[in-house]
Design a protein around this ligand. Structure first.
Ligand code: NAD
Ligand code: TYD
Length: 350
């Protein structure tokens, strides 16, 4: 029996992690701690909410007293920490929120885990889910490896980098069994439609302009969310304390090429003549400090843990588009805030 705390489990990646752990490990008790910000949606987890090994806890990782009481009461064996503010554009308009959640929230969790475990680290693990954006930006060539120096540019990546440093500090100073993974851009079902792919699917469907930042020449490496979850499972169970792994899809796309591919799929699925939606492409002012290119050297996780992405991009991309087209109700709820009503219905004032 293990008790595992997953933070941010109502968000995009977190909901896939929660589902995976609840279904695959019936012998574990899974606690999903989420504040339910605009990005947290319990409708992502309706299929597991009645499972006996699943518990939802509404709360803020920044609330020191609440977090300490939760750790003392539940005595978790492991923490998989995903709760964060995750959107670069929001970090440009409101950097302080990112320091609060991503930095202070992470340190509260570290402090509560350290205090509760009290030097008894046998069978314990604190796993920080981070991003490749902490490494900064690449030019046309090169890859981020685990030893690439941190060089974040956006308030989002600076806050994640800061949190990663604290996680390492708790390992190096207090001997806490921490691990970190830094992953490239995820895509798949349940992503909040402020991020490129779900936003553009929604806009194409409703014939709305597609705001392409700058010239659309920035490059991202895209990984199907379920592949990320498989890597998280392996790292959580097998990584040595103090270790770091990069996770990537070997799947680099210039934004404009990805958008054209998306348009091709969407026009076909919506029964529009090929190329119809290309006219929606609208070049807009570039994002401030826009990182040119991210790309990952994922050889360490392949060599040490045997992980590789399984989902081919063309297959994962079609599946993703189908999911959004078949889940119109999900879309309308997350864009209208109806999921807060869902929470009230399911959990009342808890
Ligand atoms: P998301 O924005 O979809 O979800 C974040 C979740 O955290 C939401 O459910 C939200 O309610 C919750 N949350 C926010 N503030 C909280 C607080 N103070 N207390 C408790 N819960 C809070 O994010 P995501 O895209 O699923 O990303 C999850 C994690 O993975 C983040 O740490 C992010 O940095 C990291 N990551 C994301 C990607 C990506 O492509 N999306 C890539 C690499 C790493
Ligand atoms: P995003 O999904 O926000 O992820 P990240 O910034 O973490 O990589 O954006 C992916 C890429 O798409 C990034 O280069 C910014 C660009 N982009 C646009 O061109 N237009 C948009 O409306 C959005 C949201 C993103």
């Amino acid at each position: 029996m293990k008790k595992i705390l997953i933070t941010g489990g109502a968000g995009f990646i977190g909901s896939h992690v929660v589902r995976h752990f609840v279904n695959k490990y019936p012998q574990y008790e899974i606690f999903n701690l989420d504040k339910l910000t605009y990005a947290g949606n319990l409708e992502n987890l309706t299929d597991v909410e009645k499972m006996p090994n699943y518990h939802f806890v509404k709360g803020d990782i920044e609330d020191a007293e609440f977090i300490m009481n939760l750790f003392q009461k539940e005595q978790f064996d492991g923490v998989i920490h995903l709760a964060a503010e995750s959107h670069v554009d929001r970090s440009i308009t409101n950097p302080l929120q990112f320091i609060h959640t991503n930095v202070l929230g992470t340190v509260q969790l570290l402090h509560a885990a350290k205090t509760t475990w009290n030097g008894n680290y046998e069978g314990k693990k604190f796993y920080q889910i981070s991003t490749d954006e902490v490494y900064g930006a690449l030019g046309d060539t090169g890859l981020f490896s685990e030893t690439t120096p941190y060089n974040p540019h956006s308030p989002y990546s600076a806050a994640k980098a800061s949190a990663d440093h604290f996680v390492r500090a708790y390992h190096d100073t207090f001997g806490m069994p921490t691990v970190i993974s830094n992953c490239s851009n995820n895509y798949g079902p349940n992503q909040f439609p402020e991020k490129l792919i779900p936003l553009f699917i929604n806009n194409i469907k409703h014939n709305k302009p597609l705001p392409v930042y700058g010239q659309g020449l920035n490059v991202r490496d895209w990984l199907y969310v379920e592949d990320h979850v498989e890597a998280i499972d392996l790292i959580f169970h097998q990584a040595k304390p103090g270790s770091t792994y990069n996770i990537g899809g070997n799947n680099e796309w210039r934004n404009i090429d990805l958008i054209k591919k998306l348009i091709e799929i969407m026009d076909r699925k919506l029964g529009r003549p090929e190329g119809t939606s290309l006219s929606l492409i609208t070049y807009v002012t570039d994002r401030a400090g826009h990182d040119l290119r991210y790309a990952i050297d994922a050889s360490k996780i392949k060599n040490e843990l045997g992980w590789e992405p399984k989902v081919r991009f063309d297959e994962g991309f079609e599946k993703t588009v189908d999911w959004y087209l078949n889940n119109e109700e999900w879309f309308s709820h997350v864009t209208s805030g109806e999921y807060e009503e869902y929470y009230q219905k399911m959990y009342g004032n808890r």
